[in-house]
Write a protein that binds this ligand. Structure first.
Ligand code: GAR
Length: 199
């Protein structure tokens, strides 16, 4: 049975586009919704151009009431009946209640080699630490931030002249390879992690 995939974004949605573009042919999943907490997120228009249904639930009127925001977000999500929920640059912290409703069915991509550098500013933190390598991780979402079983990682060597910006750009390219590879495997019912060869 083909799996239905909903994707949550907050910004440009380049990872979301990589996922959409991958779900063709013999892929075991198809997109059913792209939703955002920001009605102005550029990714919404890009998804709509590809004929994917979109929804926006602005988090700002909820003034920090996460549960009320999530209840509103649940409406278009439940209507789309996804089997899998992919967070792709979705920059809102989710409550335990929301996460538990999608347990085992929600993935996230994070721009670091987890468990290193949970949270924000991952590229600058890897540089400041003098790390030899950096990369990205796709993991199952659990209640703890940027935690949960790892479903895939891709890594690269940090160059002497890397800045947070150059590193972010190179890691983002890896993200676009890793997330579709993990989703394809996950949608086929295989939770064994994907480790991409180093570029
Ligand atoms: C990506 O680098 C993603 O890993 C990161 O935001 C960017 C979104 O880019 N996510 C996080 O930091 C989540 N904590 P995109 O909108 O072009 O996919």
């Amino acid at each position: 049975m083909t799996k239905r995939v909903a994707i949550l974004i907050s910004g440009g949605g380049s990872n979301m586009l990589a996922l959409l573009d991958s779900m063709t042919g013999d892929h075991p999943a198809r997109p059913c919704l792209v939703a955002s907490n920001d009605p102005a997120a550029a990714g919404l228009a890009r998804a709509a151009e590809r004929g994917v249904p979109t929804a926006a639930v602005d988090h700002r009127p909820f003034k920090g009431d996460r549960q009320a925001f999530e209840a509103a977000l649940m409406e278009p999500l439940l209507a789309a009946k996804p089997d899998i929920l992919c967070l792709a640059g979705f920059m809102r912290v989710l409550t335990e209640g929301f996460v538990s409703q999608w347990q085992g069915r929600m993935l996230n991509i994070h721009p670091s080699l987890l468990p290193k550098y949970k949270g924000l500013n991952t590229h600058a933190r890897a540089l400041e630490a003098g790390d030899a390598q950096h990369g990205c991780t796709v993991h199952e979402v659990t209640a703890a931030l940027d935690d949960g079983p790892i479903l895939g990682q891709a890594r690269l060597d940090i160059q002497n002249d890397d800045t947070p910006e150059t590193l972010a750009a190179r890691v983002l390219k890896l993200e676009h390879q890793l997330y579709p590879a993990v989703l394809r495997r996950f949608a086929a019912g295989d939770r064994s992690p994907v480790f991409l060869p180093e570029p």
